[in-house]
Design a protein around this ligand. Structure first.
Ligand SMILES: [Zn+2]
Length: 185
């Protein structure tokens, strides 16, 4: 998921590999990701790279399919480096509870410039594994609930524009085609 305002980050450091974010309509984005079964140091390394790639792209959430890796891995940081406890890496996450409704504007690193209001659950509880394979649960409201739902959708090959009405979706597709034609996509 993309941040609201794109502003350069003040504290970029680290020598991690930055992966390029793939854009819609790359087919990897509509393919369900495979479950992770091996919790290796390479997985931990990939998660670190995903955080760095997400920050480099000014995002608050990034799913592995967005860097061309069709696996159920996602990273989220709704405070964008402000609060270390907001850094979440979720492997094989599953929404186990959802409650209420919120309608807010959403964006996606794979759909740059597109922002639309999306209806989501107001609160979700998610069960996932960490990079060591240990299960944990995380509960989120508001922006975190939205980020969790948005990123977990990615792991099932679903983009946020698929939650829009037919009419809105057609308008988005038209806008993308225009951007493509102008070489801006
Ligand atoms: Zn996204």
């Amino acid at each position: 998921m993309s941040k609201n305002e794109a502003k350069p980050s003040p504290k970029d450091s680290k020598p991690h590999k930055i992966h390029e974010v793939v854009k819609y309509p790359d087919p990897v984005l509509s393919k369900p990701g495979e479950k992770v079964t091996e919790f290796t140091p390479e997985l931990a390394q990939l998660v670190d790279e995903m955080f760095e790639s997400m920050y480099a792209a000014q995002g608050i959430g990034l799913a592995a399919p967005q860097i061309g890796i069709s696996k159920q891995i996602t990273v989220i940081d709704v405070s964008f480096k402000e609060r270390p406890e907001d850094k979440l890496a979720l492997i094989n996450p599953e929404i186990i509870e959802r409650e209420g409704k919120q309608v807010e504007e959403e964006g996606c690193l794979s759909l740059p410039e597109i922002r639309e209001k999306v209806s989501r659950a107001a609160r979700v509880k998610v069960r996932a594994q960490n990079v060591k394979g240990e299960f944990f649960e995380v509960e989120g409201e508001e922006l975190l609930a939205r980020a969790l739902q948005h990123e977990i959708d990615h792991l099932h090959g679903i983009l946020f524009i698929e939650h829009l009405s037919r009419l809105k979706r057609d308008l988005v597709h038209r806008r993308i085609r225009k951007l493509q034609k102008n070489g801006e996509w």
